[in-house]
Write a protein that binds this ligand. Structure first.
Ligand code: NAI
Ligand code: MG
Length: 356
């Protein structure tokens, strides 16, 4: 039996993820799903983002399938930082793999690149506050060990969020990134010209490339953003710090059909969590028009990660066939609603499975 934790979350996450799980169950009855009702709705009713018990529980799964979290009726950041960023940190998911691969029938091009995003550090930091308040920061979680004390006064209102990078985390991140990239071409991006902490990023990028005997190209994030749009085929693997990786992966998805086609995997040494790159899309939630492909692709990444390769390839092939037959999601100008699209893929999976 394979046990997977599922957090559908909010908005289109809630609309898509349970249907994707139903689809997986029909192809592979050995997969078991345990649902967690972590959502903005629960937060609005009970004031709970995620409990310590839920985090401990989730740590016991090898894989989690996540929809999206966030709702415009909750203050920005409460759910995003309180749930998704917290899970990435608490479960030590230091590598975020974000493929941007086009379906020819959708985009007419064949772009194939993957953004490898550092997932724990940079400006996604809770070392944050404002001047005129005394703050202490203590972290001793088995990976980080630091104590800080910030006590500054100002006659202005000044907020800060301290970006940070650690040698220990970057070493394992780059080692893993180079393993994933294999012999494909690699571009490492940063803003080492403007933000001093990226000198450590570069240093470790070079250090860790050494044993792999790899040529690495460096490109500043602004230049990369420009060239990625003008000449996307130049890139295979882009290795990016957390914040730029977040932005560049949404941008890359626009070249391969849209956010509805962008899957991702948050990978750690013990746990992993797979989720579409997009958020809860409250503007289209409940209308049966959200594109489920990103979530289906995320489930395929998950299955490959836990070595359910046969199920993964049945879904992969079915998805290609369905799109190839001209069943196109609303996001790309087609008529296939969320549920109809998943249903078509599910039927195709059953057909292919019977052929094996
Ligand atoms: P979003 O990714 O939810 O939506 C951005 C735009 O893309 C919207 O116009 C939306 O309709 C469209 N879109 C997204 N996914 C789509 C799909 N599958 N099919 C068709 N169109 C799609 O980003 P937004 O609107 O900035 O954020 C909404 C909420 O989600 C916020 O609370 C945000 O913080 C949260 N969020 C959560 C994430 C997560 O849980 N990992 C990631 C990104 C945002
Ligand atoms: Mg994002």
């Amino acid at each position: 039996m394979v046990d997977i934790a599922v957090i559908p979350g909010d908005g289109i996450g809630k609309e898509i993820i349970p249907k994707v799980c139903e689809m997986l169950s029909t192809i592979d009855s050995s997969i078991d799903f345990t649902y967690y009702g972590i959502s903005s709705e629960r937060y609005l009713n009970k004031g709970i983002t995620i409990t310590d018990e839920e985090i401990e529980d989730l740590k016991s799964y090898k894989s989690i399938l996540f929809g999206a979290i966030g709702d415009f009726s909750v203050k920005p950041g409460v759910m995003e930082q309180g749930v998704i960023l917290k899970l990435r940190k608490e479960l030590d998911l230091y590598m975020n793999i974000r493929p941007a691969i086009s379906f020819k029938a959708i985009t007419g091009n064949n772009i194939n690149m993957t953004i490898l995003r550092e997932n724990k550090e940079d400006f996604y930091s809770d070392i944050s506050g404002n001047f005129n308040e005394h703050k202490t920061f203590n972290k001793n979680d088995g990976f980080y060990n630091y104590n800080g004390d910030i006590n500054i006064e100002s006659d202005d209102q000044i907020y800060y969020t301290m970006g940070f990078l650690s040698r220990k985390n970057l070493k394992r991140f780059f080692r893993s990134a180079y393993k994933i990239a294999g012999s494909e071409n690699i571009t490492v991006t940063d803003k080492a010209n403007a933000v001093p902490m990226y000198s450590l990023w570069r240093e470790i990028a070079m250090e860790e490339a050494e044993p792999f005997k790899r040529e690495i190209a460096f490109e500043y994030a602004d230049s990369l953003a420009y060239n990625m749009v003008r000449n996307p085929k130049k890139y295979s693997y882009v290795i990016a710090p957390n914040l730029y990786g977040d932005i560049l992966s949404d941008m890359a998805s626009s070249l391969t059909g849209g956010l509805g086609y962008a899957p991702s995997g948050n990978i750690g040494d013990k746990s992993s969590m797979f989720e579409p790159v997009h958020g809860s899309a409250p503007d289209i939630a409940g209308k049966n028009i959200a594109n489920p492909v990103a979530s289906i692709l995320s489930s395929i990444m998950m299955l490959k990660h836990i070595n359910q390769t046969e199920t993964a390839s049945i879904i992969e092939k079915s998805l290609e066939n369905v799109i190839g037959e001209g069943i196109i999601p609303v996001e790309s100008g087609g008529h296939a609603g969320t549920h109809e699209f998943i249903e078509k893929v599910k039927n195709q999976c059953s057909l292919l499975k019977n052929e094996i």
